[in-house]
Design a protein around this ligand. Structure first.
Ligand SMILES: [Zn+2]
Length: 266
């Protein structure tokens, strides 16, 4: 049994697996949208950010309902990470994305200091589209425990924070904390423009503290074509295995993508 199969079988069952949602057709290729021009002023004390081309994908409409994977055939990986409990982990993930060209989606809770303390580092990558921000509620609330107004308050407060701090609009993408959602929360969120709950198909299972070796096992299991994978910005082990995670992406011929790389906004 080779290592990959061993790890996959040894670790199977530990990660969230959700059914896929609708699939899209494969339209003709089109050019990626132009990226936002970088400011011409530079801060002399910071290392210049390497430039990496955006993936050239034919973007498709967002399928209705929840999103758990990427539609169609391809070699894309939507590597998404949540929360932001640890300031240093958010910084390290951001630097990893900056330095390797790995495209990431951060589902953040604006109540956590990491999103203010790392804003200057993160802002240019967000502006370039290399890191996309998605709404994960202001305080990591279980939306199913709230009234419609409560759901909207949680999403809107986070929305307003990100708009003010990063200058971007996260709609229509949000990730319900714990994956908890129902028809009532979907409807409340949609009323304020959050029409696309983003779930996942594969997890690094690091919302709690696990070893780097275990985390690599989950990556080995789930870093696969057209998957949306969830990780967390909460504990340091992941920051010790970025080279191995990057190598896994490269060796499998995967292209990391943000949601905006794949889907047309409504
Ligand atoms: Zn979360």
């Amino acid at each position: 049994m080779d290592r990959r199969r061993f790890l996959a079988s040894a670790l199977a069952g530990g990660a969230a697996v959700l059914a896929g949602c609708g699939t899209g057709s494969a339209p003709a290729p089109q050019a990626a949208p132009p990226t936002t021009p970088r400011p011409t002023t530079t801060a002399p004390t910071t290392t210049p950010s390497p430039t990496f081309p955006a993936p050239q994908l034919a973007r498709v409409p967002i399928p209705p309902g929840r999103l758990t994977g990427l539609p169609g055939e391809g070699s894309s990986l939507a590597w998404t990470v949540d929360d932001g409990d640890d300031v240093s982990v958010v910084r390290a993930y951001t630097e990893f994305g900056r330095d390797t060209g790995t495209r990431l989606t951060f589902f953040l809770n604006g109540s956590k200091p990491a999103w203010t303390e790392n804003a200057d580092l993160l802002r240019p990558l967000v502006a370039d589209g290399r890191i996309q921000l998605g709404n994960h509620t202001w305080s990591h609330a279980d939306l199913t425990s709230l009234s419609a107004a409560g759901v909207q308050d949680e999403l809107q407060r986070n929305h307003d924070f990100v708009q003010a701090t990063y200058g971007v609009d996260m709609r229509p993408y949000y990730r319900p904390p714990y994956g908890y959602r129902d028809a009532a929360t979907d409807a409340a969120a949609a009323e304020i423009g959050y029409t696309c709950p983003v779930l996942w198909y594969g997890s690094l299972s690091d919302s709690a503290l696990i070893t780097p070796e275990a985390l690599l096992g989950f990556a080995d299991q789930w870093f696969l074509p057209q998957h949306i994978v969830i990780g967390h910005l909460n504990f340091t082990p992941v920051t010790t295995v970025f080279p191995q995670l990057h190598q896994l992406v490269v060796s499998r011929g995967l292209t990391t993508v943000t949601l905006d790389d794949v889907f047309l906004r409504p």
